[in-house]
Design a protein. Structure first.
Length: 452
């Protein structure tokens, strides 16, 4: 369980100073610094390019004004980069990270080793010492995922690793059903927390109207993110929306494309190849702003969704690496959010600032009373199908042709936190999961890469 924060009065003062330097406080230091040759995380991830519809939804759903929304997105970008550096610094002791506060101006990093606390505070984050590493909790969740394939889990519809409570949480309609699933998986009870819940998630599809696409002239879903595969154009969406070979038409009922691959349940991912009448663009929901990349958001960060039924709605990332059981089966590796959604929003875009996060999978509740929604992360879709996310033409700063520096880094590759590459004779470690793109070479993006 969580222990009390490790801090002394003198250390708190030092941490406050480091917090300002790291750009994680509510002060003006969180704004991009144009005087430095090294781009800030907010500049690298182009938080200023967030779509107007997203900003409007942030103000409505999280009660922010325009300045607060801008500041929150900048703080979240800086927090993600700092969390990535601290994850590398504490290694196997790392137990998760999350942001909190109206402006996401507090980053907390958990570790299993008290000796890591000064290192964490020196980076401007709060340190919490816990019993279980993130790797241990993820391993326990993986056992639960495997067991669910052979053990009925309709009474245990959701489970996820909750970094903030340092437990593997199992939501269940009956506590004995959760205990039975945990026993079948061989998961140590000390790692888990059972939560009574009446949540019954379902895929979100099959209502008419709005910005949409139709599958086999029948059900309706929402386009996720435009992609390319070589010269072929198309878009990523949810797997439950259609099967390989299913035809699609656009919201204008004009022939559009064909599902090339689809997985559901297990995962909830698919992609559609479109015909020559459709062009992939880096836009979401007709916004004039562009998607700039796919850097994964931190727990607690704001995230917004655009769908064909309910338009733009926002909330926060609650847990990464969740599993949810629908009537059709269990889907693993999705992200749990406090964003609402309704049928027909499935497949639509989840985005944090200007960074693509994933495609809407399913959830419970609605946008009148509120609810919980899960999204399939975009990076695994790109990686599994060899797709390239359609983004603005170049990365931050438009550095132009870097020449041929040599090394293993490659644009188009999906990198996970902790991966290492070489570039220009140096070795770099990935700080945040993302798909590499021109302009995001390791020396140019300290928010994503750390030289080792």
């Amino acid at each position: 369980m969580l222990q009390r924060h490790l801090r002394a009065a003198c250390a708190a003062a030092a941490a406050a100073g480091a917090l300002l330097a790291a750009g994680l406080s509510g002060s003006a230091s969180a704004q991009p610094s144009h005087s430095s040759a090294v781009p800030t995380a907010a500049e690298s991830l182009r938080t200023a390019a967030a779509p107007p519809g997203l900003l409007a939804a942030l103000r409505r759903d999280l009660g922010l004004n325009r300045q607060q929304a801008d500041r929150r997105l900048a703080n979240e970008a800086e927090a993600g980069a700092t969390a990535g550096r601290l994850r590398a610094a504490v290694g196997a002791h790392f137990a998760g990270a999350w942001v909190s506060g109206t402006l996401s101006d507090t980053l907390t990093v958990a570790t299993t080793d008290p000796a890591d606390a000064p290192v964490i505070r020196a980076r401007g984050a709060d340190a919490v010492v816990v019993d279980h590493s993130l790797a241990a909790l993820d391993a326990a969740k993986a056992r639960l995922d495997r067991a669910s394939a052979h053990h009925g889990s309709t009474d245990t519809p959701v489970w996820y690793v909750d970094a903030r409570t340092n437990t593997l949480v199992v939501q269940a309609t009956r506590a004995d059903a959760a205990r039975s699933l945990l026993a079948a998986a061989g998961v140590d009870a000390s790692l888990t927390r059972i939560v009574r819940s009446t949540e019954h998630p379902r895929p979100l599809y099959d209502l008419r109207g709005g910005d949409a696409y139709y599958i086999d002239n029948s059900s309706r879903c929402s386009i996720g993110f435009p992609v390319t595969r070589g010269t072929q154009q198309g878009f990523a969406t949810a797997g439950h929306c259609g099967r390989a070979g299913s035809g699609t038409t656009g919201s204008n009922r004009v022939a559009q494309g064909t599902f090339q691959a689809s997985v559901f349940p297990g995962n909830d991912m698919a992609w559609v190849a479109t015909n020559a009448n459709w062009t992939a663009t880096p836009y979401v929901n007709g916004s004039s702003a562009q998607v700039a990349g796919s850097a994964q958001a931190t727990v607690g960060a704001s995230v917004c969704r655009s769908g064909s039924t309910t338009g733009w709605h926002c909330g926060t990332v609650q847990q990464l690496n969740s599993s949810v059981t629908y009537q059709e089966g269990t889907v693993a590796g999705v992200t749990r959010t406090s964003v609402c959604a309704e049928p027909g929003d499935s497949g639509g875009s989840f985005i944090s600032g200007s960074q693509a996060q994933g495609v809407t999978s399913g959830g419970s509740g609605n946008c009148t009373s509120g609810g919980t929604t899960y999204f399939q992360p975009i990076n695994p879709i790109l990686q599994n199908y060899g797709l390239t996310l359609k983004t603005s033409a170049s990365g931050p700063g438009d550095p132009g042709d870097p020449g041929d520096p040599g090394g293993t880094w490659s644009a188009g590759t999906v990198y996970q936190a902790g991966d290492t590459v070489t570039y220009g004779g140096a070795t770099y470690r990935c700080l945040q999961s993302h798909q590499a793109q021109p302009g995001w070479e390791p020396p140019n993006t300290p928010a994503l890469w750390q030289r080792v």
